[in-house]
Every structure is written in C-alpha cells, then in structure tokens.
Ligand binder design. Structure first.
Ligand SMILES: C[S@@+](CC[C@H](N)C(=O)[O-])C[C@H]1O[C@@H](n2cnc3c(N)ncnc32)[C@H](O)[C@@H]1O
Ligand code: SF4
Length: 498
C-alpha cells in the first residue's frame, strides 16, 4: 500500500511510519508535500491550545474515498508524556483512528509500537497512579483494547508478587551470558547461531574470551560488593558445547562471581532437544542450575522440518522426560503461534501435547518476520495463517493456559509480529522466571557477556537507560574481548562508583 503523508514535521516521520505499518506489512510511506495521485494521501493538522493538544487526520484514497478522524487530549488529563511528545502522540492517535476506519481493522495495542507495554504500566504505578487511572489512560490515550489492558494489569500484579522488591533492585545486577552456537539455524531466527566448527572457527577461542570476561567482571562486582540477582545463559544454544566445556564454564562462574549461592535464579536455555544429554543434565545438578528451557516450538513434524530445526517431536518429549527423571524441577518450554503451514488445528495439537507434559512455565511467541531471517528473505516459500486465525490461536492459548493453572507473568512485542500481537510468558505460580521479568521491565542493569550479548545500564539513581553490545560474530569477539570487557568496567564504574 502506498501512502503519502503531509503536514508532519520531519522529527515525527518515524513514529508516523511505525503506526501506518501496523496496517499493512508492505506499507510504503512518503512525506512529500506535493505528491502525485497514484498514492493514498493523508493530511495531518495538529495544534496546541491553552487547554489541549489536537490533531485531525484526513485520508483521501486512490479510489476517491475520504475518511477523517480527530484526536484531542486535555492538558488537565493524566498523560505520561507532555509537550512535544504529547503532540506526536495526538498525531499518532488521529492516524490510528482514520486507518482503523479505512481498514476496518482494530489494533489491539492501539498506537503502541514498542517492545514493552507492561513497562508503561509500571512507570505509571511508580508515579503513584492506581490501576483504574492507569487502565483509563491506556484505553483513551494509547487506545489499547480492554482485553490487553487486563492482561497488562494481571502481569504487573503477578510480577510484583514474584519479585516484591522489583522497584528496589537497581543496586544489584543480572548477568546474561551468550553462547553463539547451534546445531542448525532455524528459518525464523536472527540470534547469533553459528555452526560449532564453521567459518567462525571452533568453540575453544570463544570460550577462552568468555572465561576472561567472567573472571574480570566478576572481580569488579566482588570488589565493589555489587550483588547478582539472576544469571541467564542464552544464545544460540548454550548446550551445544560439550558437557566438559559447560562444567568448566560454570566452575568459572562460581569462582568469579560474588554471592553465587544466593543468586535468586540461574537459567540455561537448553532449547534444542538434540543437544541435551544425560551428562549435561548431570552438570546442571552439580552446579545448582535450577531452571532450563527445552523448546518444542511446535509438535507437528512437518513444521519442524520446514523451519530447519532438525529434531523430531519425539525427541522433545523424550528429552523432557529425561530431564524430569533426572530431577530438573523447573522446565520452561517455548512455543510459536503461526509457524508456516500451521493453523488452529496444529495449534490445538500443540496445546494438547503440552497438556500431557505440563512444564512449569511456557512462553507463547507469535511468529515475527525478522528482517535478516531466512524466512523473511524467502517470504514466498513460507505461507502463514491469516490475521483472524492467528488472533483466535492466541485467544485459545490464553484460555487454555488459564484452565491449566498457568498465570501470565511477562509480555513483549516485536516488529513485524503476526496479527500485531505479542509474546506472553506463563508460569505455574512461584515458577516465574525472574530474569525474564528483569529484562522486560528494565528495573536493573543487565551485564551481557559473550557473543551478541547486549548490556543494559539502568542508572541506580536516575533510572536512565543506555546500552552496550558485544560483537555478534565469534571471530570478532575472539579478537576484541579484552576491549569489550574494559569498556563494560568503565560503564560499571560510572554507574556504581560515581
Ligand atoms: C533466544 S531464542 C533461542 C531459544 C533456543 N535456542 C531454541 O531455539 O530453542 C528464544 C525463543 O524465541 C522464539 N523466537 C525466536 N525467533 C522468533 C521469531 N522470529 N518469531 C517468533 N518467535 C521467535 C523461539 O520460541 C525461541 O525458542
Ligand atoms: S536453535 Fe534457537 S538460537 Fe539457534 S537458530 Fe534455532 S531459534 Fe535460533
């Protein structure tokens, strides 16, 4: 769909584009004040009065239809953003409404295009607003639908039950450790996932760098008495290295980090069932790793083949039972709604299979077409369900979870996600992943070690956030890990010692 927009200041182009892209994957937006007639034309007027901010959006379509919407926000009403951000906001509100009229499509998340809707809820809560005031603002200012607002409220309450001191953890940190290797690359994935012995070299030089980072960052945290709240091994697939390499890595963690015995949770993503072996589970036990993920994604064999996962459904089930028999008591499973070729019947089958296993937690993702993934590059090869069917799957998933005693406890959204929906983590009460809450709600710094690991600095006093990323490719990491470690220590000094 081609859309030309007039009446917008350049600094607001990106946010307008994001709202328009909610309505069509192929939305092609231009901002030409004198555009020709082969494009739909969207005229925006916006202004500020003594009492409010206003915007009008008028859409003239190429087939001579006209739609109009107005959005007004009173200055006396509660709003999380004032001044310039309020103007931007009323513009987006008017555009959303005019596009909803035109497309007959209701956006469940209103004008929100960011990753973390629940963070918005927490911010308003910390400003002293009660749940009712927050819900009203989410409905009228952000135009989020009631079902999603209830979900947000439910999640925020659950998080504060699971981590009662969530707002007071800025003097602590969590640790993310990225292991960038996988047995094969899944078609939807853009995470660092290199072959164990591919062009990027072998695992050993990477692990040498990682040991170095753990040792030096650990020494800093110890010296300055900065406690660790949670540790998360992700990737890639952290179990794609050998049991012996895992053992040495966890030894390094125990020797280097402060308060390892008191860390509230240590997770290892053992995502790919084809990497799980009894000796690796034994290593988890020896090192008190209390939470792992074994990820089915789908229980339909053809789907696993189509997405390049190279393990069978039976292998997922077998490895889950093996881990349980060997005493793992907190297992998470990731699922994806809308995988190629899957509709409501495959999703029901996945839920029925999950019911037979009942892991302690589940993360239900909605497929997102990430720009650099094999799936996006070859979009035509991968047929996915229509928006209504995707939404129905999400609804059934949420009803099913409730019936089974799972409670939603974190949520995030991504660009180009099917049906403009979300990813939701569910857990049996008491089995929520604290790391997932930390990363989504940005309540403390997370130090990223290893490949593709991004550090997020949350200033303990101001709450201001900045980021710093390690390289994604092992080769680059192997050459420069000392530099990246030193940079992180500089950041930590600014955060905790200034
Ligand atoms: C960091 S990934 C890695 C997990 C692990 N390596 C595995 O594949 O089992 C975490 C989860 O994100 C989900 N995911 C990754 N890419 C996705 C995409 N493009 N759309 C939807 N979900 C995605 C998958 O469910 C995956 O298990
Ligand atoms: S196993 Fe996980 S990290 Fe590796 S390619 Fe597949 S989804 Fe990505």
């Amino acid at each position: 769909m081609k859309m030309n927009v007039c009446g917008i200041e350049e600094k607001n182009y990106r946010s307008v584009e994001h709202v328009l892209q909610l309505f069509a994957e192929d939305m092609d937006v231009s901002f030409d004040e004198h555009a020709d007639d082969d494009r739909n034309q969207l005229h925006i007027q916006s202004f500020e009065t003594e009492h409010d901010w206003r915007s009008t959006a008028t859409l003239h379509t190429t087939n001579q239809k006209q739609f109009q919407a107005e959005f007004t926000w009173k200055k006396s009403d509660m709003s999380p953003g004032k001044g310039k951000s309020a103007i931007k906001h009323v513009i987006n509100g008017a555009i959303l409404q005019v596009m909803e009229q035109y497309s007959n499509m209701k956006q469940p998340w209103g004008v929100l295009t960011g990753i973390r809707p629940t963070k918005l809820f927490h911010v308003m809560k910390q400003q002293g607003y009660d749940n009712e005031q927050i819900s009203q603002t989410l409905a009228s200012y952000y135009r989020i639908d009631d079902e999603k607002i209830k979900l947000m409220q439910h999640i925020v309450e659950r998080q504060l039950t699971a981590v009662p001191d969530l707002y007071d953890l800025k003097q602590e940190v969590s640790i993310y450790i990225g292991i960038p290797f996988c047995p094969t690359k899944c078609a939807y994935c853009t995470f660092p996932a290199y072959a164990i012995q591919g062009k990027q070299g072998t695992v050993d030089p990477f692990l040498a760098g990682l040991h170095y980072e753990i040792e030096h960052i650990g020494a800093f945290l110890k010296k300055h008495h900065i406690p660790i709240t949670t540790i998360y091994f992700g990737g890639g697939t952290p179990t794609s290295i050998t049991a012996e390499q895992m053992d040495m890595l966890y030894d390094q963690v125990e020797a280097s980090f402060p308060n390892v015995d008191d860390v509230r949770e240590i997770t290892v993503e053992a995502g790919r069932p084809d990497t799980i072996t009894p000796d690796k589970i034994e290593v988890f036990h020896q090192h008190h790793i209390d939470r792992i993920s074994i990820n089915p994604q789908s229980y339909t064999e053809e789907t696993l083949k189509a997405i390049g996962r190279h393990h069978t459904v039976q292998e997922t089930i077998d490895k889950y039972h093996l881990a349980k028999q060997m005493g793992m008591e907190n297992i998470n499973m990731d699922l994806i709604i809308g995988l190629p070729g899957e509709g409501i019947s495959e999703w029901r089958h996945t839920l029925a299979q999950t019911e037979a296993l009942m892991p302690e937690s589940l993360t239900v993702h909605t497929l997102s077409f990430k720009r650099a993934s094999e799936m996006t590059k070859n979009r035509d090869k991968y047929k996915v369900a229509e928006r209504e069917e995707i939404q129905q799957m999400m609804r059934e998933g949420s009803q099913w979870s409730e019936t089974q005693g799972y409670v939603p406890y974190y949520l995030y959204r991504q660009k180009n996600i099917l049906g403009n929906l979300e990813n939701v983590g569910y857990a049996k009460p008491g089995k929520e992943s604290l790391y997932n809450i930390m990363i989504m709600e940005e309540m403390q710094s997370i130090i990223g070690l290893g490949c593709g690991a991004s550090s997020k600095w949350v200033h303990p006093k101001t709450g201001n956030i900045s980021r710093f990323a390690n390289p994604k490719e092992p080769k680059k990491y192997n050459e420069d890990y000392e530099h990246y470690t030193a940079k992180k220590i500089e950041y930590l000094k600014q955060l905790f010692l200034d």
